[in-house]
Ligand binder design. Structure first.
Ligand code: SAM
Length: 286
C-alpha cells in the first residue's frame, strides 16, 4: 500500500468481544504498512484472531511525541499507518491526539475507521436521555479535585458519561452521591460485550449501595457511569402578577392580544389566561 503521501487511519477496535470490529477495519489493518498500537502485546491477540501479520510498533502516552515524529516521516514517505488503542476508539481517553495533529500539520490525510466506544455503547443501553450528553472521561483521582470537578457538573442538564476503574468505582459513586444527590437517576455499565456484562439502571444512591455490596471479584472490570442531567425548570409562575398584567392589558387591548402578551410576559399558560380574561370581561372577577 503506497502512494505519494501515505494515509493515517484511526481504527476503532473491540472493547471486549473480538467480533465487534468492522470488515473495513480488518481489511485496513491487514493492508497498511504499519500498525501503531498502545500496547503491542495486547493488540497482537486481536491481530492473531484475524490472522493479520502487519508489523506493530508501540505508541503510548509516554513515547507519543518522539514516536509521532518518526511515524509522520514514514507517512510523508508514502507509508500507510493504522493507529489503534487497547480497546475502542483511539483518542477517547486514549493516546493519539498529538500524533493526529502532527500528521495533519504535515499535510497527511487522516481517516477515521469508526467502531466501538465504551461511552457510546453504555449510553445506548442506559435508558437515560441520549439526545444530548456530555462525555467527562475519568473523574480526577484525588478526592478534593474530584469533588470540585463533580460540583461543577451538578446543574448540567445533559446526561453525563464517566469512565471509571474498578479500584475507584466505590469512591467515585460516593462522590457523585455527594455532588448530585442519591435520588439522581443513573446507570452503571460494567464489562460491556464481555462474559460478565452488567447493565444496571437505578438511582446513584442505590448504585453506590449495590457496588459496595458486591464481592471484591465482582467489582473487577471496567465501568462506565452515566448520570441523568438536571431537567430545565419551567419558570415559576406568579399567579397574582399574571392577573395584574392581564388586567392592565385588557383595559387597553383586544382580548386575544392581551392574553398573548400576558402569556409572553409572565410565562403563564395561554389557555388559563384566556379563561380568566373572559371572566374578567364578563365582570365575574373584579
Ligand atoms: N478508547 C476507549 C473507548 O473508546 O471505549 C476507552 C479507553 S479508556 C482508557 C478505558 C475505560 O473505558 C475503562 O476504564 C472503562 O471506564 C471504559 N471501558 C472500556 N471498555 C469497557 C467495557 N468493555 N465495559 C465498560 N467500560 C469499558
Amino acid at each position: 500500500m503506497s502512494n505519494d503521501t501515505g494515509t493515517l487511519y484511526i481504527v476503532a477496535t473491540p472493547i471486549g468481544n473480538l467480533e465487534d470490529i468492522s470488515y473495513r477495519a480488518v481489511r485496513l489493518l491487514a493492508a497498511v504498512d504499519l500498525i501503531a498500537a498502545e500496547d503491542t502485546r495486547h493488540s497482537r491477540k486481536l491481530l492473531q484472531h484475524y490472522a493479520i501479520s502487519t508489523r506493530l510498533t508501540s505508541l503510548h502516552e509516554h513515547n507519543e511525541r518522539s514516536k509521532a515524529a518518526t511515524l509522520v516521516r514514514l507517512l510523508l514517505a508514502g507509508k500507510c499507518i493504522a493507529l489503534i488503542s487497547d480497546a475502542g476508539t483511539p483518542l477517547i481517553s486514549d493516546p493519539g491526539l498529538y500524533f493526529v495533529r502532527a500528521a495533519q500539520l504535515a499535510g497527511v490525510h487522516v481517516v477515521p475507521v469508526p467502531g466501538p466506544c465504551a461511552a457510546i455503547a453504555a449510553l445506548s443501553v442506559a435508558g437515560l436521555p441520549s439526545d444530548r450528553f456530555s462525555f467527562e472521561g475519568f473523574p480526577p483521582n484525588r478526592a478534593a479535585a474530584r469533588a470540585a470537578f463533580l460540583r461543577q457538573l451538578s446543574r448540567e442538564p445533559r446526561t453525563l458519561i464517566f469512565f471509571e476503574s474498578p479500584h475507584r468505582i466505590v469512591r467515585s459513586l460516593e462522590a457523585m452521591v455527594a455532588a448530585f444527590g442519591g435520588e439522581r437517576p443513573a446507570a452503571l455499565a460494567r464489562e460491556l460485550t464481555k462474559v460478565f456484562e452488567t447493565i444496571r439502571r437505578s438511582t446513584l444512591g442505590e448504585l453506590r449501595e449495590w457496588v459496595r455490596q458486591q464481592p471484591v471479584s465482582a467489582v473487577a472490570g471496567e465501568f462506565v457511569v452515566l448520570v441523568q442531567g438536571v431537567p430545565a425548570k419551567a419558570p415559576a409562575v406568579d399567579v397574582d402578577e399574571a392577573q395584574r398584567v392581564l388586567r392592565v392589558l385588557l383595559a387597553n387591548l383586544p382580548l386575544k392580544q392581551a392574553v398573548a402578551l400576558t402569556a409572553q410576559i409572565t410565562g403563564h399558560k395561554r389557555r388559563a389566561l384566556y379563561q380568566e380574561a373572559l371572566a374578567l370581561r364578563a365582570g365575574k372577577l373584579s
